[in-house]
Design a protein around this ligand. Structure first.
Ligand code: URA
Length: 455
C-alpha cells in the first residue's frame, strides 16, 4: 500500500507526520520522496528517531528503487544542513576547493592548494583519511612533525583569510548525517549507488562554505570506479547536483592505472610534494595538478584567458611563491616548516628499507605497467594505510622510487623502494609489488592521463 505525500511542514516545524515505517514504505513501493519527507528522514537519522534497522531499510529501499535528481538534491541538501555549514563570506575572493574520488600516490591536494592560493584563489579544504588501498590527504600531512588537522571552524576561517588555504579533517559537527549513513551503507552493501555517493560527497564538500568546486574523478585499476563510463556517470551526476545546489562545478576524468608520481605512502608523498613545488615534480603529477589548478583559476575568474592563467601558474611555481605558501600553511597548522627546505631531515625515517629489483624473467625490455591497486595494497601492508577503520598509520611507511610504465628495464634494475617498520611487512609488500609490475619487450601504448572534462 502506498501513501500520498502528506504535508510536510512537519520537518520544519519539528513534528513529523509520517512514522519511519510510513517513509520507508513510500520508498519501498517506488514513490518519490518530497523535499520535506527527505528532510524528515535525515532529521530522524541525526536525532535518533529512526532506529539503525529503519535507516538500513530505507537505505536499501533507496538503493533498489533509485532516487530521482530532485530526490538526490533534497537528500544532499538535508544532509548538508544536518550540521554546521561554515560561513566564509567574510573571506575575500572566490573560495574554491577540489575533491578527488581517491587514488594511489594522489598527493595532488598538497601541491594544488598552496599553488592556486599563491595565484590568488583561497582554498578551504576539508579532507579525508586513507580508505582501503587509496591514501588520504590528512594522513600524509600528519607525517609532518607537529602538523594538526583538527582546527576549530574559527581558526580554519582565519587561516583561509590570512594564509589563503587550510586543510583540516571533518569535525563531528559537519554533515553528521553522512557519518551515520556512511557507516550503515558500508554495513548493508548499499555504498555503490550513484545518488547516495553524490549526496555523501557533496554534503561534506558544500558544508565548507565554498563558492565553487572542482572534481577529480578517477577511473582505472587503482580507482573507486574501475571503468571510465561509470566514472563519467559519477562525474556528470556530481556536477549536475552541485550546480543544482547553486555551486559552479566542473570535473576532470583522470586515469588511475598506475600510481601518480614515484611515491605512495605518507612521508614519502610529502617529500615528493616539496619536489613538485620546487618545479622538480614527475610529469604525470604535474600534468594533473596543473589541469586542476587551471580549472580552479577559471572558477575564480583569475586572469581573462587560459593562456594568462597558465602563465600565472608557472610564474608562482617558478618564483618559489607556491613553495613559500606551502611552508606558511604548514607552520600555521603547527607543523615543522623546515620540511619545505629539507624534507629528508624533517620527515620520520623508516626502520627498514628494502629495494625491489627486476627479476631475471623481466629480460631486457620495458615496464609494461605498474598496477596502482597492487602498489596501493603494498603501501597498506607496509603500514601507510588502514586495514580497519580507526587503525593508526605509520608516517614513515610507503613506497618510493616507483618505476613508471614505458621505462626500459634489465634484470636487477631498481623497481621501487619499500619503507617499513619491520622486515615481514617489507617482504609481504615486495611480493605485491613484483606481482603488480609487468614487463614486455615492446614499449606500451601511452594512456592519456586526462580523459575528459565535464562542466
Ligand atoms: N566517498 C564518500 O565520501 N562517500 C561515498 O559515498 C563514497 C566515497
Amino acid at each position: 500500500m502506498s501513501h500520498p505525500a502528506r504535508s510536510s511542514a512537519s520537518a520544519r516545524s519539528g513534528s513529523p507526520t509520517l512514522t519511519p515505517q510510513d517513509l520507508i514504505r513510500c520508498k519501498r513501493d517506488g514513490e518519490r520522496l518530497t523535499n520535506d519527507q527527505m528532510a524528515e528522514f535525515v532529521e530522524g537519522v541525526t536525532s535518533g528517531r529512526f532506529s539503525e534497522g529503519q535507516i538500513a531499510a530505507m537505505l536499501m529501499a533507496m538503493y533498489l528503487k533509485g532516487l530521482s535528481m530532485e530526490e538526490t538534491c533534497s537528500l544532499t541538501h538535508a544532509m548538508l544542513h544536518s550540521g554546521d555549514v561554515l560561513d566564509l563570506s567574510t573571506v575575500p575572493g572566490c573560495k574554491v576547493d577540489k575533491h578527488s574520488t581517491g587514488g594511489v600516490g594522489d598527493k595532488i591536494s598538497l601541491i594544488l592548494a598552496p599553488w592556486v592560493a599563491a595565484a590568488g584563489v583561497p582554498v578551504p579544504m576539508i579532507s579525508g583519511r586513507g580508505l582501503g588501498h587509496t591514501g588520504g590527504t590528512l594522513d600524509k600531512l600528519e607525517a609532518i612533525p607537529g602538523f594538526r588537522t583538527d582546527l576549530s571552524a574559527e581558526r580554519f576561517r582565519k587561516q583561509v583569510e590570512s594564509v589563503g588555504l587550510a586543510i583540516i579533517g571533518q569535525s563531528e559537527r559537519l554533515a553528521p548525517a553522512d557519518r551515520i549513513l556512511y557507516a550503515l551503507r558500508d554495513a548493508t552493501a548499499t555504498v555503490e549507488n550513484l545518488s547516495l555517493i553524490c549526496a555523501s560527497i557533496l554534503s561534506k564538500k558544500l558544508a565548507e562554505g565554498i563558492d565553487a568546486l572542482v572534481l577529480d574523478v578517477k577511473f582505472g585499476r587503482g580507482a573507486f570506479m574501475k571503468e571510465m563510463p561509470a566514472a563519467r556517470q559519477l562525474a556528470q551526476a556530481l556536477v549536475d547536483i552541485s550546480r543544482g545546489m547553486g555551486k559552479p562545478t566542473s570535473a576532470l576524468l583522470t586515469a588511475m592505472e598506475e600510481p601518480l608520481g614515484h611515491t605512495a605512502g605518507n612521508g614519502v608523498e610529502v617529500a615528493e610534494t616539496v619536489a613538485c613545488l620546487r618545479g622538480e615534480g614527475p610529469a604525470d603529477v604535474m600534468e594533473v595538478t596543473r589541469a586542476l589548478a587551471l580549472e580552479m583559476l577559471r572558477m575564480a575568474e583569475i586572469e581573462s584567458d587560459d593562456a594568462g592563467r597558465l602563465a600565472l601558474l608557472e610564474q608562482v611555481l617558478g618564483s618559489g611563491a607556491a613553495l613559500e605558501r606551502f611552508q606558511r600553511f604548514v607552520v600555521a597548522q603547527g607543523g615543522d616548516g623546515s620540511v619545505a627546505d629539507h624534507p629528508e631531515k624533517a620527515l620520520p625515517p623508516a626502520r627498514v628499507c628494502l629495494e625491489v629489483r627486476a627479476p631475471q624473467s623481466a629480460g631486457a625490455g620495458f615496464v609494461h605497467g605498474v598496477d596502482a591497486l597492487a602498489i596501493g595494497r603494498a603501501a597498506v601492508v607496509l603500514g601507510a594505510g588502514r586495514k580497519r577503520n580507526g587503525d593508526a598509520v605509520d608516517p614513515a611507511a610507503g613506497v618510493s622510487s616507483i618505476i613508471k610504465a614505458g621505462t626500459p628495464v634489465r634484470p636487477g634494475d631498481l623497481l621501487c623502494r619499500l619503507h617499513a617498520s619491520n622486515e615481514a611487512a617489507a617482504e609481504a609488500a615486495r611480493d605485491l609489488c613484483l606481482e603488480g609490475i609487468v614487463f614486455s619487450d615492446v614499449i606500451p601504448a601511452k594512456i592519456p592521463l586526462i580523459a575528459e572534462r565535464i562542466g
